[in-house]
Design a protein around this ligand. Structure first.
Ligand code: PLP
Length: 375
């Protein structure tokens, strides 16, 4: 059997990783400023993380959600405290798209509406049809019958207000920082107005913090810079430092109904063990503070380099826009300077390093990045 070839891949075979470094099978060492797409939070192969998952696997690795799994409650309590949402409840699933599916669905169950308002440049995942082909009506929220979505310009306060005042929208979904959209931060006043109009019209505000959340922005959630409280927050990526786990944080106004949401693998023992190790390590090693500090340092130093049109972002979610297509430079950075980076569109480098990078690692990156810009 061959693999279904949907990914353009670099011909590099990583065999080992530690902290912010990756090693390939030829023994080359790379700096990881991509984090496997914003997934690596506490660093590769963190000893506490490895120990916790190994220990759990030696006890019990899986059983379904038909039994009590105290690790889920332990994790929820830790997450509530660390994120500033102790009064919210948690539903655990496995991927970012699945978290958003459940957020949109819960919103629709809540207000019995179907329409969703989303934004140009957004990315929220790739699923949608499974429930449409499932013949169990009570599992289907109104939105699943025929999803209707209208796209608006980000920060368009008058347009969004006018639309939401119709009372037709079930939810609004917006990223804390638009990732694929080019590292674009929604204006704080926009998020505040959005939160207000959602409350007034009983529309559910969903913040997709899958990429921008979990400390990456220098606060637990990027939307906390705007001082708002969304109704539902979706999380994934950094949550498990590579172990697949995701979830939604749900405001107290939502009532849980048995059977409305469900999953086989969500919240399994190993995923919870991984997530607990991550959240404890983030606190013990003060990684959110590190993301804020090292991210601000990187951004200020990047602004001094040549060929750069704009540097934007928060914490360790940084976009570097050039006046030219970045592909040749990104390849050079990877193959000659041995640095992994992300990209968005044709002109923007996307930096998403592990949250544990030190100033020394940041300086090393700046030297190598400057070298390719000077070439
Ligand atoms: C903001 C955002 N939402 C949702 C997703 C989808 O997550 P997944 O690929 O785990 O389904 C991503 C993935 O990149 C993302 O960045």
């Amino acid at each position: 059997m061959t693999l279904f070839d949907v990914y353009p891949r670099w011909q590099i075979v990583p065999v080992k990783a530690e902290g912010c470094k990756i090693y390939d099978k030829e023994g080359n060492e790379y700096l990881d400023f991509y984090g496997g797409h914003a997934v690596i939070s506490i660093g590769h192969s963190h000893p506490k993380y490895v120990a916790k998952i190994t220990e759990q696997l030696n006890m019990i690795g899986f059983y379904s959600n038909s039994v009590a799994i105290p690790l889920q409650e332990e994790y929820a309590a830790k997450l509530g405290k660390a994120s500033g949402y102790p009064d919210y409840s948690l539903f655990l699933v496995n991927s970012g798209a699945e978290a958003n599916e459940n957020a949109l669905k819960l919103a629709s169950f809540y207000n019995n509406r179907k329409k969703v308002l989303a934004f140009h440049g957004s990315f929220h995942g790739r699923t949608a049809l499974a429930i449409r082909v499932t013949d169990i009506p009570r599992y289907r929220a109104p939105i699943n019958d025929c999803p209707e979505v209208d796209f608006f310009r980000l920060n368009d306060i008058p347009g969004v207000k006018k639309a939401l005042r119709t009372g037709e929208y079930s939810s609004v979904i917006v990223e804390g920082i638009l990732g694929i959209g080019g590292i674009v931060i929604p204006q704080p006043e926009f998020l505040q107005e959005l939160s207000k109009i959602c409350n007034e019209t009983d529309t559910v505000l969903i913040l997709d913090e899958i990429q921008s959340g979990y400390g990456r922005s220098g606060k637990f959630f990027a939307h906390q810079y705007a001082d708002i409280k969304p109704d539902i927050i979706s999380i994934a990526k950094g949550m498990g430092n590579g172990f697949p786990i995701s979830g939604i944080l749900i405001a107290p106004k939502f009532k849980a109904v048995h059977g409305q949401l469900g999953t086989t693998f969500g919240g399994n023992y190993l995923a919870c063990a991984a997530a607990i190790a991550v959240i404890e390590t983030m606190e013990e090693e003060k990684l959110i503070e590190n993301a804020a500090r090292t991210g601000a340092y990187l951004m200020s130093e990047l602004k001094k380099l040549p060929r750069i049109k704009e540097v934007r972002g928060l914490g360790l979610m940084i976009g570097i826009e050039l006046n030219e297509p970045i592909k040749p430079l990104r390849d050079k950075l990877l193959f000659e300077e041995k640095v992994f980076t992300g990209a968005t569109g044709t002109h923007v480098f996307r930096l998403l390093p592990p949250l544990c990078i030190t100033k020394e690692t940041a300086d090393e990156f700046l030297i190598r990045f400057n070298k390719i810009l000077q070439s």
